[in-house]
Design a protein around this ligand. Sequence first.
Ligand code: GMT
Length: 376
Amino acid sequence: MKIGITCYPTYGGSGAVATELGIALAARGHHVHFITYQQPFRLPSFLPRVWFHEVDVGRYPLFEYPPYDLALAVRMHEVVRDHQLDILHCHYAIPHATSAWIARSMLREEGRDVKVVTTLHGTDITIVGQERSFFTITKFSIEKSHAVTAVSQYLREETYRAFGCTGCNVGVIPNFIDPVEFDRSRHVFPIPADVIAGRKVIMHISNFRPVKRVRDIVRTFALITREVPSVLVMVGDGPERVEAETEARELGVADAVLFLGKIDPIAPLLAGADLFLLTSDKESFGLSALEALASGVPVIGAHAGGLPEVVTDGVTGYLRPVGDVEGMAAAGVQLLSDPARWQAMSAAGAADARRRFSEDAIVAQYESLYERTLST
Ligand code: GMT
């Protein structure tokens, strides 16, 4: 098949999933065309059967807000036409599914057809899509897609609840990991031993948006390190980074917190972690938590959204109510103080991630969805 993929190319879960999916599809012989405004962060410079088409947003002094969605629609139209694409797969509804609908309408005027598949990732439904300015166009774009998937059961139910969708048929295809890439034994932890100085390594990876509650990460860490000396490794960057730095200073733990910025690949980092924290108040899935589990890192997090579909409380990690930093810290101290228990949980996480979320099985679900969509 010839598949166009549009995603946000920046550091974040939806872009990571979209890119890994495209790479896996190309490895299976499909032609994959990424259409977005910059090379996706997980896409290496060259891969067979993979193309990248940059969307150029024309700037003009009249435009206070350059119309990216229109420029994207034009590029989608061109790429479908010039490369005879069968499918446009949009990751994150806004504005991608809307641009795809415009491109498809233009193509139909020319007697061509392309099928639109939209994958909902999280805040496109739970936050952004709920805003008054975006609500109706989000609902419309979902309903006009030929097929719609959500990355968790939670997100599927949220989509029906929030949009009262009668015209949409949302299936669930969860996120996935490459079991080889996230094999802990394959990597060398890049942080020097003298920096860690025999302490436990606690890690968080995200785009530091408010929804991640990164101050809770620092607070939880500050309580854990009192009992079990630890280092907090913060990977990623975003609007709440300064808040997290300030919190670390105020709690007197700044010297033990490393902010590494937007590092990728993350598998070598996860290979040296003892605990992964994810304290978000909304999380449709929690891809970074899955990547941690696959690397044998137990996850402690908030019982929010779709995270319980990824982390099995008491088996592969511990989930506590949103904001319960004391509860999360207590679980962390208990786990880090009990090597046998840590070992069992680490092994259970690595096995469960491979059993339920292995790349081959999940990519096959997307392939069969494309085939079904093309046959309608
Ligand atoms: O950061 C992104 O790329 C998108 C982001 C979001 O805010 O929607 O992440 C979502 O998509 C990921 C991949 O499917 C999920 O693992 C995250 O749980 C989800 N984030 C939220 O729901 C907050």
